[in-house]
Design a protein around this ligand. Structure first.
Ligand code: FES
Length: 374
């Protein structure tokens, strides 16, 4: 999965040898890297994290992030990648590099992770669109391996049955899970036997899934499977995430338990904002990011700080855009903001001036922030 920035942190690269390359579908492939013993400690990761590959295509250097499909216990870095178009950098990656070649690979990072709870009986639901399956595959393998009481439900949307990346691996996982994992495939452009499985994965589909699949629970006849859901993982395009996250939230899952990973630029809010603020115009913003000092002006405060900076093209770090992951954490050094939601910062951190740019509405004519906190 190709995705965007996370925390404002310098990227450490190491040269790794390509151990395996495999075409999965017409426009997806997987890469696997050999990790020398001397670098093993540098490539420890958690399920759901990603690495950045740095490579040259048509004379230009690209740095793209791709989620791991491997689980930590497998001790390898395996990635699933989509070829965006015939001339894209990912197409170059697929056609230029062969097994035995070396590529610059960053150390793993990312916040699309879950706290492991091996002693609990958990229910975890995943929604994936297309190549957004990659971090969910890592999570599901990891949970099956480390949490022997947790049950998993995966809802995986694709255009048609020829486009399903990692289908064999998912089916095998489900088959060997002793009933702990179930996978349901949805096709947006192919008729399926059952109407439920035809169409996009979105909020409307989520309601049908809740009523028709996650209904009465064999393990608790008084309740439904949906009532027992502890965590929801969503990965795919922005609109899909927005629609599904809101459906899950409106159907009772707390925001802090809805985790998502965007893999395209997306400037909209995931959850709607209902509060009204005094209007401020022509706001002067000075900020530090990746050791560089920037200055810009915001037309007004109708849109939150992070989204305004992204619209202006600044490489500000983010992941959830909903005050949950902490990727956009920064220090407010001057000025005033209203932090709309915060599931990440502690009270002490807030008192020390830390804010989440994705949930901050600027209330003063000038502000100064620092994203370089690490
Ligand atoms: S982007 Fe996740 S908290 Fe702001």
């Amino acid at each position: 999965m190709e995705k965007l920035f996370n925390k404002a942190r310098k990227t450490e690269f190491h040269r790794l040898k390509l151990a395996k390359k495999q075409q999965l579908t017409k426009n997806t492939f997987s890469l696997e890297f050999e990790i020398p013993a001397s670098l093993k400690h540098r490539f420890r990761f958690e399920a759901g994290q990603y690495v950045t590959l740095r490579y040259t295509h048509n004379g230009k250097v690209f740095q793209n992030d791709f989620s791991m499909t491997s689980a930590p216990y497998e001790q390898k870095i395996a990635l699933g990648i989509k070829i965006n178009t015939g001339n894209s950098s990912t197409s170059g990656l697929f056609h230029t590099f062969e097994v035995g070649d070396s590529i610059d690979v960053s150390e793993p990072r990312g916040r699309f992770t879950l706290v492991s709870k091996p002693h609990e009986f958990r229910t975890i639901v995943g929604f994936a669109g297309g190549i957004g399956i990659t971090p969910l595959l890592s999570h599901f393998k990891n949970i099956l391996h480390t949490e022997h009481r947790t049950r998993l439900f995966l809802f995986y949307g694709n255009r048609n049955s020829h486009n399903i990346a990692f289908k064999d691996e998912l089916d095998e996982l489900a088959e060997n899970s002793r009933g702990r994992m179930q996978v349901f495939y949805f096709m947006s452009q192919e008729k399926t036997g059952e109407h439920l499985f035809h169409g996009r994965l979105d909020g409307k589909k989520a309601k049908l899934i809740i009523n028709q699949i996650l209904h009465l629970d064999d393990t608790d006849e008084e309740s439904t499977i949906w009532d027992a859901v502890d965590e929801v993982l969503i990965c795919g395009k922005g609109d899909m995430i927005k629609s599904l996250a809101n459906a899950c939230y409106n159907n009772g899952i707390p925001k802090k338990n809805i985790h998502f990973e965007l893999f395209e630029e997306y400037n909209e809010d995931i959850y709607p904002v209902e509060k009204v603020f005094p209007a401020v115009e022509d706001i002067q913003v000075d900020f530090k990011l990746f050791d560089r000092q920037y200055s810009t002006t915001l037309k007004n405060n109708k849109i939150k700080l992070l989204q305004q900076l992204l619209i202006q093209g600044f490489p500000v770090p983010y992941s959830c855009k909903s005050g949950i992951c902490g990727s956009c954490e920064c220090l407010l050094q001057e000025g005033e903001v209203e932090l709309l939601e915060n599931e990440y910062l502690t009270e002490k951190e807030e008192r020390a001036g830390k804010i989440l740019a994705c949930m901050s509405v600027v209330l003063s004519k000038t502000i100064k922030v620092n994203f370089d906190l690490m």
